[in-house]
Write a protein of this length. Structure first.
Length: 365
């Protein structure tokens, strides 16, 4: 049996005041408090000084990825505690507070100058999954086939119903807000990697993008490592949810790679319907209807999840992940989405500081 594709994740965590849950610009203090060896070396800056990013190594076994994710979360939590703050795995800021500065560094200053409040009006925190690819050409062709399934992953990960002190009405406000950046959303269809690179070069030359890394499509070939990067998901409260999403994403990529190698017919889907499916996923998450992009009709969100699992079941089985994915999905279905669980705290009389405390209590689980 062939070795499963490698998979790794990047998680963006919000740095908050332990009492109020408000964002604090503490990245540099957290890094100064972190050990200079071990997992803490893979805690990285993001655009906002109120965010720390944790970057795993690539792994072929989900159990090893789980160990890595938990080690990084432990390192981030310990460093934040020493710096007098806490880490929160939530797609957006829960509590309204002062405007957060950018992280120090020429690129981040340039992003702030170029995009202003578009970038810093909210602080979006995502989960990015990297899956190993034979080469860039395969990555582009796989991206073409991923598009119709990504709204389902988006709904599964929805974890940002509250932003800046208000209920947004969206299960994933992060992904809706992120659509206001100049190049975001579903990736276009590309004939090959050359066409992909030509468009990126044109966007950079136009100065709409500062650099190639600022093409924030939901799936894209990485600019630094031989992977395809899927970036449609909110950061999630527990390590178990991260592992579920990483396993499903890898299986989906493996299934699409198989279809590329077999040269099966590429599904023809309306770009407008695909955009609408992502809006529906952001609006309702797992609690309402999804949009079937092949028919243009609504269907229950959990039916779309079942279709995804059925589609990727052979790849899950080949990787030894089928039972684990089933167990983790059963927990999510039984206890509700993370957006729903945030809302439940408020519906039962809790304050936003209680939502923050609840999410923090799950961080190391």
């Amino acid at each position: 049996m062939a070795q499963p594709l490698s998979v790794g994740v990047e998680e963006e965590f919000l740095l908050v005041d332990p009492d109020s849950g408000a964002a604090v610009p503490a990245f540099e203090a957290v890094i100064a408090a972190a050990p200079t060896t071990g997992p803490a070396q893979r805690l990285k800056p993001e655009v906002s000084a109120a965010v720390v990013e944790a970057v795993t190594e690539p792994h072929h076994e989900l159990s090893l990825l789980a160990d890595d994710v938990r080690s990084l979360r432990s390192a981030a939590s310990a460093a934040a505690e020493k710096a007098g703050c806490a880490v929160l795995a939530c797609g957006t800021e829960l509590v309204s507070g002062p405007y957060m500065p950018s992280t120090s560094g020429a690129r981040y200053r340039a992003i702030r100058q170029k995009y202003g409040a578009l970038v810093f009006g909210h602080i979006p925190c995502g989960l990015h999954v990297h899956v190993g690819m034979p080469d860039r050409e395969y990555a582009v062709r796989v991206s073409n086939r991923l598009r119709t399934w990504l709204p389902t992953l988006q709904a599964l990960a929805a974890n940002s119903p509250i932003s800046l002190g208000r209920e947004t009405g969206y299960a994933s406000f992060r992904s809706t807000w992120w659509g206001y950046t100049p190049v975001a959303g579903p990736a276009p269809l590309f004939a090959d990697a050359g066409q992909y690179d030509a468009l990126l070069d044109s966007l950079v030359a136009s100065e709409v993008l500062l650099d190639r890394k600022m093409a924030y499509w939901f799936a894209r070939p990485s600019e630094n490592v031989p992977t395809i990067e899927i970036r449609v998901m909110d950061v999630c409260p527990t390590s178990d949810t991260v592992i579920l999403l990483a396993g499903l994403t890898r299986a989906l990529v493996a299934t699409c790679l198989r279809d590329v190698e077999r040269d099966t017919e590429l599904p023809q889907v309306s770009d407008q319907l695909l955009t609408a499916a992502h809006w529906q996923a952001a609006r309702y998450g797992l609690e309402g209807d999804a949009l079937d992009v092949s028919s243009g009709r609504p269907l229950p969100a959990w039916t779309s999840v079942e279709r995804l699992v059925e589609h990727v079941a052979p790849a899950l089985s080949d990787a030894g992940d089928l039972d684990l994915a089933g167990d983790l999905l059963a927990e999510l279905r039984a206890n509700g989405s993370w957006a729903g669980r945030q809302r439940k705290v408020v519906q039962e009389g809790g304050e936003l500081s209680d939502v923050s405390a609840y999410l923090r209590s799950l961080f190391l689980k």
